[in-house]
Ligand binder design. Structure first.
Ligand code: AMP
Length: 304
């Protein structure tokens, strides 16, 4: 079947109250593909990096079995770079720099063998590029899209055109409010559904995630963690776990969508436990399932 992932492959400079790092492996596609790779195969990546992209970055992606034929290397260019600083509560962050670099001239070319992918996950990149990818795919079964304030504010009209083509949107609470211009998240989800996506998932950081479809509102907790090391990539990892589970099961029932939200949340909890992509480097599927079960216990109570 296959999941096609498009997005940034990045070098991130991150500051948290507890430490900092320069040029760590990151990017929306990196996190999505790594998380999805725990559930299904093949995972196909479409993106671009510069000549400065480290060998260790390629090795990480290869170690997860990700098909990199769609990852273009522009030798003379520089890899996308993002810098962010987290506040004391780790739920809020400031973007200090977004250097698009090789993304500025990127024109995604989808390898022939990727064109029949049934699942497409459009990671956070320019909505124009997201659309260009979709135009090259033969009728995917499900298209999931992530975005962020950078594009909601900077390319609003283009983003709205992309939203008309997608099935599921994943975004965080402040982005949902920004996109819908509606402070209440339930109403915001309704406004966003009217823009195109049938399914809206709103992530609320350490307060979990909400799935909104025509019939359902489902809320999932976040895994309570004492040690959050680096929240970068949690949202993308959530999307990767979500699409990975759907790719594995090929079942869009409401109950299975809820399971996908919990698998997404479980993967995100592994992501934030370590720095950069380290939390997604060598988990076992048993660990993933154990955390899935731990989620069930989190909100189970005796109703009698
Ligand atoms: P998340 O914490 O899930 O929102 O994702 C963080 C990742 O998104 C980082 O690794 C960044 O490299 C990447 N990122 C940040 N801003 C952008 C942007 N404007 N376009 C594409 N990727 C971005």
């Amino acid at each position: 079947m296959g999941v096609l992932v498009v997005g940034s492959v990045a070098l991130d400079s991150i500051e948290t109250p507890f430490g900092s790092a320069k040029n760590a492996l990151g990017g929306s596609a990196t996190y999505i593909a790594a998380a999805a790779s725990y559930f299904t195969a093949p995972i196909r990546l479409v993106g671009v990096v510069g000549g400065d992209f480290p060998k260790s970055g390629m090795e990480f992606l290869e170690s997860r079995g990700i098909d990199l034929d769609g990852l273009e290397v522009v030798k003379e260019g520089k890899t996308f770079h993002w810098a962010g600083k987290y506040h004391y509560d780790l739920n809020n962050r400031d973007t200090l720099a977004t250097h698009l670099n090789v993304f500025e001239k990127f024109n995604p070319k989808i390898p022939e063998k990727y064109k029949k992918s049934r699942y497409v996950c459009l990671g956070n990149i320019d909505p124009v590029l997201q659309r260009r990818v979709l135009e090259q795919i033969d009728k995917p079964r499900l298209v999931i899209c992530d975005t962020m304030n950078f594009w909601i504010e900077g390319k609003n009209a283009e983003l709205k055109k992309t939203l008309e083509l997608i099935d599921v949107i994943v975004l965080n609470d402040s982005e949902a409010r920004l996109l819908s211009r509606e402070p209440n998240l339930i109403k915001a989800a309704r406004v966003i559904r009217a823009m195109g996506p049938n399914i809206v998932i709103i992530k609320k950081g350490e307060h979990g995630a909400m799935l909104i479809t025509e019939q359902t509102i489902f809320t999932a907790p976040a895994y309570p963690m004492e040690n959050i090391f680096d929240p970068t990539g949690a949202g993308d990892t959530f999307a990767g776990g979500f699409v990975g589970w759907l790719g594995k099961t090929d079942d869009f029932s409401e109950e299975n969508l809820k399971r996908a939200v919990i698998y997404g949340s479980a993967m995100a909890s592994f992501c934030v436990e370590k720095f950069s992509v380290e939390g997604l480097a060598d988990l076992t599927y048993l660990q993933v399932q154990d955390r899935f079960r731990a989620f069930r216990e989190l909100s189970r109570f005796d109703g009698d």
